[in-house]
Design a protein around this ligand. Structure first.
Ligand SMILES: [Zn+2]
Length: 486
């Protein structure tokens, strides 16, 4: 994988700003704060899970708000990918905010997914589909991933419309389905079937990036420059089975669990790329003590193995330094008194840039070291394939001053002196689809999450109340700064 242009990008990104000064950003007015609250609450309380939810209901609810705010019907589209039961629940919303009529600039696109992962009621303290305010936090499924950003974009476009603001180019917002998995991924479908509605010069994706705080103090703004590649692999062992009173030497459950035991003991090799090098170089200026020294030590040639070891104890730094594969699901057996005829396990991998899904499948086969075990690639729709794709994760997008200059300006207004850091996202996002469609995509979000409070996909998901409203104000200022406004 060629990273040539990324060095320029990273030096542009990794700009540490002048020493701490007072915040100069105007505060969020009461009416906008109320609107931001109401939209957020409305979205969290619409179930958009794969199992029983509907992004179409959420898309229609937001479309109504845009029409009520004066957006012409010709610029507000709720699009349903198919009329079968599943397709009807996978609706997307595309809204165009018209800029100057004579603008020569291509629009830019904002992608935000409406779907959320499952939230079993019995594992939560509160109802995951009730918007609960408690102890300075908003609780609910999607409050971090990513109904906060959905609400932020809806709120700000409606605010700007009410102000009569005319940007120097069109702004397109796509609120989409199935980022978290399942069929009819909205961004992919829109790129393939409605390119005219979403074509853009570049895309912003608030599903990645974001502000990290340490005990409430903002430390850095992460901007996604690239991301690891997502891949699921299914291990399958079969066996004729038989009566459990006469166990045989071979057992499907032991076969799969032994293979997983070998994976557990395996550590993928340490490897940095231009993005993660810039990341650790920047983080070494933010971290303190041994950790800061270790970050500098792994950047040396050869890198210090003891420093790698210590940093690998931190799950986030570990997954930034290597490919990871972990068992996430296991199912086996057909009866308590019968030898298992089938055992299956899912291994979820996050692959470093430069490696394909098929290369990692081959690597896993070597680790499992059991020719009888079937190792298949599972695609986003849950279909099994005997080999993975040759797709590799995306190259960092090219430098766009028109994206980063306004970013530095606004970050400095809202969080004076806070550094902007390029990151390789360890999770996957829909930027993989916009990038694949040739639209440079940047993971930028203004919502601050504490480094120890990442609750995306977890129980009792929550976001700080003031962190949310600062995120609203950040994007309001950033959208204006991006489109010639003050
Ligand atoms: Zn997400």
């Amino acid at each position: 994988m060629k990273f040539s242009n990324s060095l320029v990008l990273l030096s542009t990104l990794a700009l540490s700003i002048s020493p701490v000064r007072a915040q100069t950003a105007p505060p969020l007015d009461a009416a906008s704060r109320q609107l931001a609250h109401d939209v957020f609450k409305q979205l969290v309380e619409i179930n958009t899970t794969e199992s029983v939810g509907s992004t179409t209901v959420a898309a229609e609810a937001m479309a109504k708000r845009f029409l009520n705010a004066g957006f012409p019907a010709s610029d507000v589209h709720v699009l349903v990918p198919s009329q079968d039961a599943m397709g009807k629940r996978k609706g997307d919303l595309v809204v165009r905010y018209r800029g100057k009529a004579d603008s020569k600039l291509k629009p830019f696109l904002i992608i935000c997914h409406l779907d959320v992962v499952e939230a079993p009621r019995n594992t939560w303290n509160t109802d995951p589909f009730k918007f609960i305010e408690k102890d300075g936090y908003y609780y609910g499924r999607g409050t971090q991933d990513m109904k906060d950003s959905d609400a932020i974009m809806v709120t700000n476009l409606i605010r700007l419309k009410k102000e009569g603001y005319v940007p120097d180019r069109d702004i397109i917002l796509a609120l989409t389905a199935a980022e978290e998995g399942g069929s009819w991924n909205g961004v992919q479908w829109l790129m393939e079937h409605h390119r005219d509605l979403v074509d853009a010069d570049f895309a912003l994706n608030p599903d990645s990036g974001g502000v990290t705080t340490e005990n409430g103090k903002p430390m850095e703004m992460d901007v996604e420059a690239t991301e690891k590649l997502y891949a699921d692999f299914e291990l399958t062992a079969t066996n004729p089975g038989g009566h459990s009173s006469v166990p045989t030497r071979e057992n499907a459950i032991y076969e799969v669990s032994d293979a997983l035991g070998r994976l557990e003991k395996y550590t993928f090799p340490f490897e940095l790329n231009a993005v993660t090098r810039a990341y650790f170089k920047q983080m070494a200026t933010i971290e303190k003590g041994q950790r800061a020294q270790d970050m500098l030590a792994i950047l040396k040639t050869p890198p210090d193995p003891a420093a790698i070891e210590r940093l690998s104890d931190d799950p986030h730094y570990n997954s930034t330094m290597r490919t990871t594969c972990v068992a996430t699901m296991f199912s086996a057996g057909q009866a308590r008194n019968a030898l298992p005829q089938l055992a299956q396990a899912n291994v979820n991998c996050r692959i470093l840039p430069g490696y394909s899904q098929e290369e990692i499948r081959q690597k896993l086969i070597g680790i499992f070291n059991d020719p009888k075990l079937k190792v298949q690639y599972v695609d986003d729709s849950g279909v099994y394939h005997d080999r993975g794709t040759d797709r590799k994760s995306m190259q960092p997008p090219p430098v766009k001053q028109e994206v980063f200059d306004p970013l530095h300006k606004v970050v400095n207004e809202v969080w004076p002196g806070m550094p902007v850091v390029p990151v390789m996202e360890t999770g996957a996002s829909d930027s993989v689809h916009t990038m694949a469609a040739g639209i440079p995509s940047y993971g930028i979000s203004g919502v601050a999450i504490d480094e120890n409070d990442d609750r995306a996909h977890a129980v009792n998901e929550r976001v700080g109340v003031e962190s949310y409203y600062t995120g609203v104000q950040f994007y309001y200022l950033y959208l204006k700064a991006l489109t010639g406004g003050k």
